[in-house]
Design a protein around this ligand. Structure first.
Ligand code: C2E
Ligand code: MG
Ligand code: MG
Length: 720
């Protein structure tokens, strides 16, 4: 059925090539008409039988003009060249084709070249039927040459204008071309480099590696750098070495391989990177390590990763086999900034660092942990050695510093820990030094303290106290006691309210212990609020009973005084009891007042406007300076117990107390001596003109009822 379908339709089977003349003629015409080929067919009499568009156009004619005409009549180089080629093939039976090359000039004036060949067309018997000429047209050779010349100049300009060095070498690494930037970079003339091996631009061992690299590449064709840029080193003509970034490209033309290297001087970039990394690891003010960098260095050292062993390096054990960590903190450093300005503070910190460097062994690692906090890891022979170093360190750092045209004396707390069998990491040592620092700070600071196991217990206790203190108010564990303050005649003029905490399980906790905990944790804010409202409620009761002392002083912590909204809160609490204003007094420590003099002056002024009196507590225990006190609107100066305790036996204390009283009076302030326990002390204080006294001699801190009784009893004779 299939066969009848195919033969019956009269259509040729697709797999069967038709052989009729018309088909072959159309196929030949399609083939000949393709592309830019010019084609002409002449019969054996050289009459044109077929000329295509391209051929006719080359002669400036149309195909119709040429067909049926002998070409010999046309004067044209291509006709002449064609004739010559036909003469070659017609003259001998052997060659079937001959080349044809000629130049023509088009009507646009541009030259072009026609090149091709002539083939003899013979029949089966070998008789010549005609000649087939086929030609390709190529562009103007001059224009090509000109283009090449222009392109080369352009490329050369481009290369020379490039900022980066560009260098071209062959596959053996021999320099073939080099741009101006590259010559400048390496300090050579191009004539000195062309023909030389690239290795001349590299310092050893890179130059040696380069030869080996080229060698391997030649053998294996494996390239490690091509297409991948990398940072390496270059060497100038004068031998100096500098960092470069090198990227290499490869061009292949047949068997010929050319490398193009682009070279950039990265000295500036590296310097900037180095500077950035230096700044990231060093404190810009003092130049010592930052905390993170310090911990990294020390950690590596502890883990034994730092093995530089260089003389003066920390891995050098010449200082001793053990590590000691010293944690340094300037007590109230902000006072120095406040008093003298930041430039003096900065100069003092720099001087501190240079003194630490002087005192501790040369291989010590030092870092600045916070504004006024430093740590130093030093090698020591034993604990005794560490103690000696710490002592010298404290002495040197607390000696007067001449900082930016001012003499400054710092108070410094040093916490220290020495490596022993319980210390296996830097963290252990650090934690111990930190605990020792906290311990000394809780004990008044300005001294050296070495870690003892009890400190860990104390820290745990502080944490526990913080936890319990949070609930002290709601659990009704706080109460106020009042200590009388008497005048020269022994009359209770005023009283100081002192806070007590009776924990349900721990028992009474001293304010000397829990007030610092409250300050550290921020709990001092609600606690102070409780003190204010409780004391004012008590004063209201006393007023009603007629036993209100002239002044009741409340202690206000520095934090609350400087940052809290004290005036507003007091205004609120006293709103309903305006008469109490003239009976209320606040005690602030000298340090708190000096820490932020501006705020202190403002707050004290506001308080004075409310009628509230202020007293400077613990005068003489800090950076005492009457010149600051003079600026503060306060009425009283409380001389610290530390001075009173020694009078009248210690002539120095006598002189100090006498001077303080004299100066306070000079400023129009009343003086109160704290901690008066003996009659001798009282007599001395009265003799030097101290106005008021407070101490166990006159009465311990007592319940409000007891104080009311005291006031009542002394008022009694007057009534009688
Ligand atoms: P301070 O304000 O200097 O209070 C005087 C301290 O000396 C009181 O200790 C008092 O009991 C004690 N004292 C008084 N006379 C004598 C004496 O003759 N001999 C001896 N050895 N000590 C005497 P206290 O009550 O333990 O308070 C200690 C510190 O706690 C106070 O020192 C004050 O700085 C702070 N503090 C107490 N209550 C409060 C409070 O409500 N708020 C704040 N922020 N701090 C408070
Ligand atoms: Mg006080
Ligand atoms: Mg005091």
């Amino acid at each position: 059925m299939k066969g009848s379908e195919s033969s019956g339709s009269g259509v040729a089977h697709p797999t069967e090539m038709p052989r009729d003349r018309a088909f072959l003629a159309s196929l030949a015409a399609s083939l000949l008409d393709t592309g830019g080929m010019a084609l002409v067919y002449l019969d054996r009499n050289r009459v044109c039988r077929h000329a295509d568009q391209h051929f006719a156009a080359a002669l400036g004619r149309s195909p119709a003009d040429l067909t049926g005409r002998p070409l010999d009549g046309i004067e044209h180089p291509i006709v002449a060249a064609l004739g010559a080629a036909i003469a070659v093939v017609a003259g001998s039976p052997a060659p079937r084709s001959a080349p044809v090359d000629c130049q023509t000039v088009g009507c646009d004036g541009h030259r072009s070249i026609l090149s091709g060949s002539v083939i003899v067309h013979r029949d089966a018997a070998g008789a010549t039927l005609g000649y087939l000429g086929t030609f390709h047209q190529t562009g103007d050779p001059d224009r090509i040459a000109e283009f090449v010349i222009r392109r080369d100049a352009f490329v050369a300009t481009l290369l020379d204008a490039a900022v980066d060095g560009i260098i071209v070498s062959d596959r053996s690494g021999i320099i073939r071309s080099i741009n101006r930037a590259c010559c400048r970079l390496f300090g050579y003339e191009d004539s000195e480099l062309i023909g030389r091996n690239m290795a001349i631009l590299m310092p050893p061992p890179f130059s040696r590696d380069h030869d080996r690299y080229i060698d391997t590449y030649r053998r294996t064709d494996r390239a490690k750098i091509i297409g991948i840029g990398r940072d390496t080193l270059g060497q100038r003509r004068d031998g100096t070495v500098f960092p470069i970034h090198l990227s290499v490209g490869e061009a292949r033309l047949g068997d010929e391989v050319t490398f193009v290297g682009i070279i950039r001087d990265i000295s500036d970039r590296l310097a900037a990177e180095q500077r950035a990394s230096y700044l990231a690891r060093h404190d810009p003010l003092t130049g010592v390590l930052t905390r993170t960098a310090f911990l990294e260095e020390c950690e590596a050292l502890f883990a034994g990763r730092r093995t530089d062993g260089l003389e003066g390096g920390i891995a050098d054990r010449s200082g001793g086999d053990l590590f000691a960590l010293f944690s340094l903190d300037v007590d109230q450093f902000s006072d120095v900034n406040e008093a003298f300005g930041f430039h003096v503070g900065d100069a003092a910190l720099k001087a501190m660092v240079s003194r630490v460097t002087e005192v501790l062994p040369p291989n010590t690692i030092i870092c600045r942990i916070a504004a006024d906090e430093f740590a130093a890891l030093a090698r020591v022979t034993d604990a005794e050695h560490a103690r000696t170093l710490a002592g010298v360190l404290h002495d040197r750092l607390t000696a007067s510093i001449y900082a930016d045209r001012h003499w400054v004396r710092l108070r410094l707390s040093v916490g220290a820990a020495v490596q022993d069998e319980t210390v296996s990491t830097l963290e252990d040592l650090n934690a111990k030094a930190k605990l020792a620092l906290q311990a000394i700070q809780h004990n008044g600071g300005n001294a050296v303290c070495f870690y003892t196991p009890e400190m860990a217990a104390a820290a745990t206790r502080r944490m526990m106290l913080t936890m319990h203190l949070t609930h002290a108010i709601e659990r009704n564990e706080l109460r106020l006691v009042y200590q009388p303050i008497v005048d020269k005649a022994g009359r209770v003029g005023s009283a100081e309210a002192l806070l007590r905490w009776d924990h349900h399980a721990l028992g009474p906790v001293s304010p000397a212990e829990f007030i610092p905990v409250a300050e550290e944790s921020g709990l001092i804010v609600p606690i102070t609020d409780w003190v204010l409202s409780t004391a004012i409620a008590q004063m209201t009761d006393w007023e009603a009973e007629g036993v209100l002392p002239d002044r009741v002083f409340l202690n206000i912590s520095g934090l609350q005084f400087l940052r809290g909204n004290l005036t507003a809160r007091l205004g609120e609490l006293l709103g309903e009891h305006p008469s109490l204003r003239s009976h209320l007094g606040l005690e602030i420590t000298e340090q708190a007042a000096v820490r932020d003099l501006k705020v202190a002056v403002r707050t004290l002024g506001e308080l004075a406007d409310l009628g509230i009196q202020a007293a400077i507590d613990d005068f003489g225990s800090g950076y005492s300076s009457l010149s600051y006190v003079q600026q503060l609107p306060v009425a009283k100066l409380k001389i610290d117990r530390a001075f009173v305790i020694d009078v009248p036996e210690n002539p120095k204390s006598n002189a100090l107390v006498r001077a303080a009283v004299g100066m306070a009076h000079g400023l129009g302030l009343t003086t109160v001596a704290e901690g008066v326990e003996t009659e001798e002390q009282r007599d001395f204080l009265v003799s030097v003109g101290c106005d008021m006294m407070q101490g166990y001699l006159f009465g311990r801190p007592m319940a409000p009822e007891a104080l009311a009784d005291m006031v009542r009893s002394q008022a009694a004779p007057a009534i009688v």
